[in-house]
Write a protein that binds this ligand. Sequence first.
Ligand code: WT7
Length: 642
Amino acid sequence: MSGNEVYSPSTEFSSQAHVGSMEAYQELYRRAEADPEGFWAQQAESEVHWFEKWSHVYEWHPPFVKWFVGAKTNAAYNCLDRHLETRGDKPAIIFEGEPGDQKTLTYRELHAAVGQFSNVLKSRGFQAGDRAIVYMPMIPEAIVAMLACARLGIIHSVVFGGFSAEALKARILDLDASLVLTADGGWRRGKEVKLKGAVDEAVKDCPGIKDVLVYRRTGGECPMNEGRDHWWHDLLPGVSPDCPAEELDSEHPLFVLYTSGTTGKPKGILHTTGGYLTYVASTMKWVFDLKENDIYWCTADIGWVTGHSYIVYGPLACGATCLVYEGAPDFPAWDRWWDIVERHKATILYTSPTAIRALIKQGDEYPNKHDLSSLRLLGSVGEPINPAAWDWYYRVIGKSRSPIVDTWWQTETGGILIAPMPGAVPLKPGSGTLPMPGVLTDVVDFYGEKVAPGAEGFLIIRRPWPSMIRTIWGDPERFEQQYFSRMPGIYFTGDAARRDEDGYFWVLGRVDDVMNVSGHRLSTMEVESALVRHPAVAEAAVVGKPHEITGQAVCCFVSLKQGNWDHGVLGKELRQWVAHEIGAFARPEEIRFAESLPKTRSGKIMRRLLREIVTSNTVTGDVTTLEDLGVVTRLSAQHDED
Ligand code: WT7
């Protein structure tokens, strides 16, 4: 593969696609650009149920936007009730637990489960505007929890089960949440991963929490706190499944999802209801070419935005059948995913380059043992997909037949902004190709001027779209500063990109101090703050280091306080410390000790230099502002000693 191939859609694919030609795509794009109001009003009418219609389509007072102003809707109603008549007996969720247990919930059954749990929440006094934390494994009840909140207008914040008690506590406090929905634990690689213990540790410092409701998943030991904690199954008997969906304002907050920014403090990204639903449902059809009979499988966890938009709200709003798998890809063996695809006849698979690279490493014999012929479309998300991973995904999984949609977006964007419509847009491996209708992406220089084709610059979006972040929870100044201060009225993505002669976008990575580890965002500052909380650490600097599987790995430079430290022991302890402070996925790959960290004369840590050290182990460029050049030489040399 030279890296320059273009893969045009096959006639077979195009002829059945929602958008079946480049002309059709361009026509949609032109219409949305010329008349955003008319275009999005039409999408909102066709994709979403409204109790009451809007007075106007959008209101833009940069940086604040409102969509479908004055309209009333409900996300859970859209995902459940409106399908009952035509899709009541269609599976909404086909669940497979890691131990092999299976459960299918039809739309009627999911509707009843959500209604019943909503009534439980209601009877316990929770109501629209309250905040609930969802800290659960990947099981159907996690989706029930989200939809029950949405049904009542309770704002949910799902915290990925891999986050630590510390991270959980910070989120509960920032949101001032009153409810935690959790489980005893979940299954991962044949072992129970406990969740309730972390909840107990977090909640003891959170006086605002009234209830902790616990789903029994593993049956393992699970201490319960009298009065505060309740078993889910104890609350259900006798409770009616009929619970009318609240008629909520289009701008009613649906969820807050925390993501790493450039500082040590995670940002609570707020998404609201009507515009978000319109956008995720639209992109489900445009990008995944979703059809009534598809068996759709997104391997993300609901703790990330991919799970929110493309496991829960997008697919269910469209009445799709979704596969949900609880556990690890290598349990009991590395063909677990392919076994799932074969048995459930999955037609669409959406996963990440990091997962693909891990699977490649195990060898082709695992996918080749299974019949993958049901697959008709593949998706990728989280980071740029490298040519080798693209090629393997295309050939070995897709049998050179299924298009790959490389989807660029962010927690803040709510939905996919750049991706091919697979029946229309020719693919170029490694490029997200072209923007969605109504999304005015561009690549600009430091002054906001458009750069020439092929040149690198900042990826920006010139106009608001319906699923855009509304604010950072509790911090509108940071919201404006972060995304709209460089170019007023223009959304700054924080990514570098270039645009080629065909107008295709190639996203190159972050321009800020944010790492991308296994497709998850992690701020260097967040890890640094965790490190300096350790009593032995004087100073820390953290950079992302290229990694074969995870894209980037966390590499830490640490200088210690006075004392006689055993670097071997302390290195292990610090890795464990970060995992405990943030979560296991943030565990550093490498800790390097230094007498001091390289700084400019003004005292700023020279991260660029450290990045070069971990990338190439050589140092180039301008180092004249370095306080102590010797520090750099010692840091580079240390690698060879290890
Ligand atoms: C950052 C957003 C969107 C859900 C998963 C991550 C990078 C994401 C791609 C892609 C190149 C990508 C960007 C972006 N990114 N998808 N297809 N090609 N880069 O969500 O944690 O909010 O991270 O992930 O750098 O800014 P997130």
